[in-house]
Design a binder for this molecule. Sequence first.
Ligand code: F6R
Length: 608
Amino acid sequence: MCGIIGYVGTENAVQKLVTGLEALEYRGYDSAGVAFFENEQLKTVKCRGRIEALRNLLGCELNNAEIYCGIGHTRWATHGEPSDRNSHPHGTENVSIVHNGIIENYVEIKKFLQEKGYIFESETDTETAAKLIDFFYKDNPVDAIREAQKMLRGSFAICAVFKNENNKLFAFRKDNPIIVAPTDAGNFVVSEISAVIKYTKRFRRLEKGEIAVITNDNITILDPDNEPTEISYETVDWDAEAAEKGGFPHFMLKEIYEEPDVVKRTVSENLSNYIPDLSSSGLSDEMLRKAGRIHIVACGTAMHAGLVGKIAIEKLGRVPVSVVLASEFRYQNPILDENDIVIVISQSGETADTLAALRLAKERGIFTLGIVNVMGSAIAREADGVLYTLAGPEIAVASTKAYVVQLAVLYVLALKIGLVREKLSEKDVQAYTRELLEAVPEGISRILKRKEEIREVAKKYKDNKSIFFIGRGMDYAICCEAALKMKEISYIHCESYAAGELKHGTISLVTDGVPVFAFATDHDIIEKTLSNIKETAARGARILIFCGENNPVPENAAEDIIELPQLSELFMPTVTATAAQLLAYYTSVELELDVDKPRNLAKSVTVE
Ligand code: F6R
């Protein structure tokens, strides 16, 4: 949610900033801007629209070898519409800042500053933070930041430059992520390492209360008492290629294609002799044995993975599981017993609501487990235990490979619980884990080979205004995700319904020609789902059915049938997800939409 970057070094800073912003663009793309030192003056260039628009606006600055330092921003609008005026950087003639987050008390601060004579040009909360720093600035930037921090409420990560501190960056944060990353040709401040991975894999995450002061050849991190801290760097094991498209037309397709590998990698990482080994996660057998209830808390796609996880854990481990949206969990005074376990699932590890839910559970003394993709993210650091989804960087805004790997981790966890609670024998568990390691990746690969068939189906339905996704059990859990994927990147209105529920109201919307995409992979309830499909067909619906190849549906049951590689019913959501992701992907491609950066969205939702 907003990407920020700062660079100070020996090479042209503007080019470095803009290139970095291009890599961060998926965090928000309402507007973009840079501020940099040119002839000891601070110059700002910013505009509404994408980084490309900013690049076009910049001229010789992109090659001026005399510009060594600057800050940049790509915006996901919160306060104030996307416009040139509301674009970052914001500031005064003394100071310029880029900001990710929300200043909650900005109205109050703005009033305070207006009374002191400040005039505001934008509707943003960020401008108040910049002017507040300016207000406290006499001759020492660190003192000014400290004073401003005392007044700022909300969440923020900020990188600042001061006119009188030529070629120097200042960075600080509260709740939102920001890192410093050293390279051979200078130093970066950036929202996340993936944006500068072609220069360095080493980074140090700033902690709350710290201020980083950065020059071309030095990084100083001051603790809350203004004492320099010893810096030890973390290293990511991603490479630059993993963060680039690698020949695919879109990140989304590339990421879907990575699913077989990342599932295999993540599952094998958590097995020992085909038995789940979660010892590194901090979860003990004792905890799993004693757990009275498991609460899965997450947002969006990650929550949908939780829906599948619930069914798997309840089926294999016989422990009750509730799945709650993080934004709801926080405010419903959840009933948590001391032996319960709270599992938060998050690709980014930075989602504000999920993080807040995690903190709430911790405050109540409940063991928290994070299922997280980004190492070193806030959730990874704050959870009592972590299971990593080793999906690598996910750049497309619509989550795909991270979801499938979240399923894989939840399956491993469910098997572990089944074993520990003596609901499954070692032999049963080994049979399942073999399937997860081999048949599941193989099944996903087989679906990928059928992408052209799925593309043809996408072409047939792409011009519809509305699509209903129905299923029962696991198939309902997967249709929630299939509908979300389709709507977020195709802008077609999609609704997911438990197949048996349609007739309790929603079927009134099913009229001649309305598409119904039905998921019917569960052999035990396929008959029931087929009845529900017929009910919609009788009202003129056009039917597409996803089913397992060993459990086919009658040919005349649908206009289109996608037969999926057959796995145990428990694991069918993996291959179904891949097929549904490809369907959504090609629908968006055929509609000529911006697949990787759908409107109004951002990858990492760090606001509540
Ligand atoms: C949809 C999507 C979102 C995220 C949600 C949570 O494709 O990606 O629904 O799943 O914003 O994000 P994380 O997993 O980073 O907590």
